[in-house]
Design a protein around this ligand. Structure first.
Ligand code: MG
Length: 402
């Protein structure tokens, strides 16, 4: 028997952000909210499978958000949260797990420690939910725009319920079937109606439910605490051939030769593109733009750089700074350096202060010393969501490659 399956309720139509897409699919620090909400469940060693209960109208958004993750196939929900939870529970009836967790798609910051507490309590109870004691004094207000206090509620013994809520599967399924058609707002209320014993375990303030735009900012501030800076390098060489100009760092420089290459042979931008790809573990320029592909014949290398920058942005990352060194005897780079920095800054949407272009010779030694070609090396720093907490496709690809 499977020990524990997690169900994530994401069928709601609620769109309190006015962005035309249900809030569970809106981005949070560069990743869909739903993706962030399922990630800690997928990563927990005591959870055997994760299934999303979705709305069939959201099939495309679902695929984009989590289609690449190893989730159980999603099942359609119902008009109410309670109804959707029941759909999820019924979908497991053929191969019932011992325990089930039910989680809100709008809670993206659940910790492994919180999951541990809920699962540990399930060893002794029919149910367990994370909750926090109410510490603010509770006032009852009158109706209207400027309400008046009409009473004070004793807060003793009051708790704020969170998710994921854990239950013995068979007991919760029976409770949900018995309560079908009502509109209870959490599964603990369904369990309570059936007389199950449900323990309150410590919740976490950070395990917030993203409901308003303010919640998005708060969640993104918390996520920012889990960011890291990655550094990577790139290197490239192109040989000279007959011609009268070379492309270097996006700038055309007059010279008595050209550089030979499948694209425009911009050795500086190639090294820089490889550094950016390296920072996110995304292979190299050749794997994204194979020289065998005729589409890239004579292509401006700016295209490659923009592609790497787009991959970084899609992974929730941000380029911090870049540094390119051109290695050649000729042409002299000095007069073009400012233009190169400005062009790279423009391509990466960075301030010029974050872009460095340097040049050196090799004292007439080696192939660059013999003026057979130009070499370039580059370094880049990229600020990214921390790999420990982040399950983006980019990050998982780099983990697999190790
Ligand atoms: Mg190259």
């Amino acid at each position: 028997m499977t020990d524990c399956i997690a169900l994530v309720v994401a069928a709601g139509r609620g769109n309190r952000f006015g962005q035309g897409v249900p809030k569970q699919y809106r981005p949070l620090s560069g990743q869909p909210l739903l993706r962030r909400s399922v990630a800690p469940l997928l990563a927990h060693p005591l959870i055997d499978g994760v299934r999303v209960i979705f709305h069939p109208d959201d099939a495309d958004a679902y695929r984009v958000a989590v289609g690449d993750l190893p989730l159980l196939s999603p099942v359609p929900g119902a008009a109410t949260r309670q109804g959707s939870a029941l759909c999820g529970l019924e979908s497991l009836a053929q191969a019932p797990p011992r325990n089930v967790l039910i989680h809100d798609a709008a809670r993206p910051l659940v910790s492994a420690a919180l999951l541990d507490r809920v699962l540990a309590a399930l060893d002794r109870r029919e149910g367990a939910i994370p909750a926090l004691p109410v510490v603010d004094t509770l006032k009852r207000g009158s109706d209207g725009a400027a309400p008046l206090i009409v009473g004070t509620q004793d807060r003793a013994g009051l708790w704020r319920a969170q998710t994921p809520q854990g239950f013995r599967y068979a007991a919760l399924l029976a409770a949900h079937r018995a309560a079908a058609g009502q509109d209870l707002t959490d599964d603990a209320a369904v369990a309570e109606a059936a007389g199950l014993s449900v323990e309150l375990v410590p919740g976490e303030e950070d395990n917030l439910k993203v409901t308003t735009e303010d919640d998005v900012f708060r969640a993104e501030r918390i996520l920012a605490g889990g960011r890291e800076t990655r550094t990577a390098t790139g290197f490239d060489v192109h040989r000279f051939c007959p011609g009268d100009q070379v492309m270097l760092c996006g700038v055309s420089v007059p010279h008595d030769h050209a550089l030979l290459g499948h694209s425009d042979a911009d050795v500086g931008l190639h090294a820089l593109t490889d550094a950016l790809l390296g920072a996110i573990g995304e292979g190299d320029i050749g794997s994204h733009f194979p020289p065998s592909d005729p589409r890239w014949r004579g292509a401006p290398s700016e295209l490659f750089l923009r592609h790497a920058a787009a991959l970084i942005a899609a992974a929730g990352g941000r380029v911090v700074n870049v540094d390119v060194t051109l290695i050649c005897e000729r042409p002299k780079v000095g007069a073009h350096r400012a233009g190169m920095r400005a062009r790279i800054a423009e391509l990466l949407n960075l301030s010029v202060a974050r872009v460095s272009v340097k040049a050196t010779t090799t004292e007439e030694l080696g192939f660059t010393g013999r003026r057979e070609g130009i070499a370039a090396q580059a370094a880049a720093s990229v600020e990214m969501p921390s790999a420990d907490q982040d399950q983006s496709p980019v990050v998982s690809a780099s983990i697999q490659a190790r």
